[in-house]
Each structure stands twice: as structure tokens, then as C-alpha cells.
Design a protein around this ligand. Structure first.
Ligand code: V0V
Length: 143
């Protein structure tokens, strides 16, 4: 069903400070940064290697607004792991299979995620306490 773990998402209060910390302390490299208004986040994708090659990745997620998903998460839990993201080849097909297996997906249709990807989420209550993101990467992430 899944190709691999795409990334682990960490909720952080301050994106610049968090990027600096993870780069200087653990050697992560910044691959990509963007603001996603719909999701209410400023995000940075950090990897172990070069942009364009396969990387282990973490995604740092800072809230644009207090009432966003990340804003609420920080309020309730403080900073830390907010999501686990699985990479999929065909998000619509995987969503259909998971719905048939009783999982609630948060959105009826895929939404836009990082670098032009298509994303949806399995409700954390159904995934046994884990907010599971499903990511179908863009065919060409630069366009
Ligand atoms: C909430 N809960 C979690 C959780 N957030 N459990 C594990 N991990 C999390 N991150 C628990 C919460 O403690 C409640 O448990 C229960 O789920 C339901 O909570 P709720 O009050 O009904 O709902 P909220 O308001 O806490 O919202 C939770 C959801 C929200 C998951 C619905 O965070 C959401 O819509 N997330 C999807 C979008 C998102 O996360 N966007 C930011 C990343 P109890 O207390 O009932 O036991 S954007 C992104 O990843 C991008 C752009 C990308 O990757 O490309």
C-alpha cells in the first residue's frame, strides 16, 4: 500500500530557530521551504542529502495562526512529533482502500501539500493515536 516513510513532521513554534537548531546540532540540510495558507503552516523540509536525491526527511511545521492544526497542537502538547507521513503512488486508490478498511480520512478529496504533492490524513483516533499523513509526491516537484 505504501512506498516508504516520506517524512516525520515536528511542530515547532519558530521555524527559523528550529531549522538552525536541527541543522547545527544534527546536521540536517534544508531542502525546501514554503508557506501553505490552507494548512495554516510555514514549513521547512530537511533532509540527510542533496535536493533531488532520496533522503531521510523531517518536516518542521510552524503555525501561521493560533487556531490552525499546528497552533492547537502546540497549545495542547508543546513542540514535538505531530505526524508520520507515508508516501503513496496513488493517493485516491489508497484512500479508497483505507476507507473500506474503516479508516476516516480527514478530507473528502486530496489537498495540496509540500512541493506540489497531494495529501490527505487518517484521523489519529483511527490510526491508534498517530496522525498519519498520506503523500503522493508531484511528478516533477520543481514545476
Ligand atoms: C489531535 N489529536 C492527535 C493529534 N492531534 N493525536 C495524535 N497526533 C496529533 N497530531 C487527538 C487529540 O488529542 C484528540 O484526542 C483527538 O485527536 C481529536 O482531537 P480534536 O479536538 O477533535 O481535533 P483537533 O482540533 O485536535 O484536530 C486534530 C486534527 C487536526 C487531526 C483533526 O490536527 C487536523 O485537521 N490535522 C490535519 C492537518 C494538519 O495537521 N496540518 C498541518 C500540517 P482526545 O483528546 O479526544 O483523546 S500540514 C502538512 O503536513 C503539509 C502541508 C505537508 O506535509 O505537506
Amino acid at each position: 500500500l505504501f512506498i516508504c516513510i516520506d517524512h516525520v513532521g515536528l511542530a515547532v513554534p519558530d521555524l527559523d530557530e528550529a531549522v538552525k537548531f536541527h541543522a547545527e546540532t544534527f546536521g540536517w540540510r534544508e531542502l525546501h521551504r514554503e508557506v501553505n495558507e490552507e494548512q495554516g503552516v510555514a514549513e521547512a523540509m530537511l533532509g540527510t542529502g542533496e535536493q533531488g536525491e532520496e533522503n531521510a526527511k523531517i518536516q518542521l511545521l510552524a503555525p501561521l495562526r493560533p487556531d490552525s492544526a499546528i497552533g492547537k497542537f502546540l497549545d495542547r502538547n508543546g513542540q514535538g512529533i505531530q505526524q508520520l507521513a507515508y508516501r503513496v503512488k496513488d493517493l485516491d486508490k489508497v484512500s479508497e482502500v483505507l476507507r473500506a478498511r474503516g479508516m476516516r480520512l480527514l478530507y473528502p478529496e486530496a489537498k495540496r501539500g509540500t512541493a506540489g504533492s497531494r495529501i490527505n490524513f487518517v484521523h489519529p483516533k483511527d490510526a491508534r493515536g498517530v496522525l498519519l499523513e498520506l503523500v503522493e509526491p508531484a511528478v516533477d516537484p520543481d514545476h
